[in-house]
Design a protein around this ligand. Sequence first.
Ligand SMILES: Cc1cc2nc3c(=O)[nH]c(=O)nc-3n(C[C@H](O)[C@H](O)[C@H](O)COP(=O)(O)OP(=O)(O)OC[C@H]3O[C@@H](n4cnc5c(N)ncnc54)[C@H](O)[C@@H]3O)c2cc1C
Length: 356
Amino acid sequence: MRPHTVPMRGRYVHPRDGEPFFQPYGQDPTEILYSIRRDVLARVLVEQAAPNVRFHFNAPCTGIERDIPALTVTGHGRLTPDYIVGADGAFSTVRQETHRGLPADFRQDFLDWGYKELHLPKTDHLEALHVWPGERGLMVAHPNVDASLTCTLFMPYAELAALPDVPGFFRRNFPSAEIPDLADQFAANPVGHLVTVRTSHWRHADRVVLIGDACHAVYPFYGQGMNSAFEDCVVLDTCLAAHPADRAAAFAAYQRARKPHTDVLADLSEDNFVELRDRLRSPLHRAKKQLDTLLSRAFPGRWHPLYTMISHTTMPYGDALDRARAQDRLVLRTALAGLLAGAAVLAAWKRRRHVQ
Ligand SMILES: Cc1cc2nc3c(=O)[nH]c(=O)nc-3n(C[C@H](O)[C@H](O)[C@H](O)COP(=O)(O)OP(=O)(O)OC[C@H]3O[C@@H](n4cnc5c(N)ncnc54)[C@H](O)[C@@H]3O)c2cc1C
């Protein structure tokens, strides 16, 4: 994938009032993210898989019979594979049919913000994720290999769907984002929805299993949805290899291994929405980030900020969160101990002055 990507070394933040500033992702120069266009990623994956996989495009699955298993595919009729892997995204047909009539927990949460993609033809700061924070509208932009940016504007859904003066809104909120044909792009591009999916049933016997957004769609604010879908593939593959004669056990082991961590990712992704929208501009938040960087420099290999663990390592999400919480507790205890020691010294000094 590497030749099709642009490295992002940190965030280039464009505050509404004030100068833009660069915030590196980590203190280690290897802590970078890579930006790739969705269509390029899909094309490369298809090319890589092509010798072993037969693809049928524009052939939606309209239903499955989970106990057989069988699936009905437009243009191909009824197919009876050994088992079905439902990788059909957040609004998965395979998931719906797998749950039908069963006591399965299922929850989908729609954010009351939607998104719209826009294209900015050129940037002078290519190797960064650009962020324009804002309470009523937040924009992020990923770099492309041709030095353009793919911008994603997030806004309350009702306002995004009926924004009266688009150029005026951009002048007021994102003055540094100069998109030449803004009004035309805005009118032409659709509004997307943001959904979190949590579900108790990722599998049915040894016949159906779900991966990716089909079982754990998350808001995109941690940039981990696709990564976690790829992690599913690795874990499912490992579980199938570990239980060669018992696919049902393999599917069960896969769900046990993944679900606790994708649940944590869903929570973190919701929280990172608030971070990108509000906290990035807050001096307190910047101070906390600097403290994190300071501590990871002072204790290399022992102190890892949560963002670093989630984005730059393959540590499971739940383990990363546990470790970050333990670190926060340590900081709190050290600060409290410092305060108590300071108070004791002050009290002793006052007593001595009183005696004199
Ligand atoms: C605005 C936005 C920004 C994002 N940014 C990032 C990011 O920076 N980093 C990151 O890691 N993730 C990001 N994500 C999340 C990422 O896109 C998803 O997590 C990822 O695409 C999930 O992959 P998937 O294969 O499970 O589902 P999808 O990518 O949704 O693929 C599902 C496929 O199934 C097909 N399909 C659907 N229904 C049927 C059917 N009935 N029959 C046959 N085929 C069907 C669809 O056409 C599609 O090709 C973002 C998401 C959004 C919305």
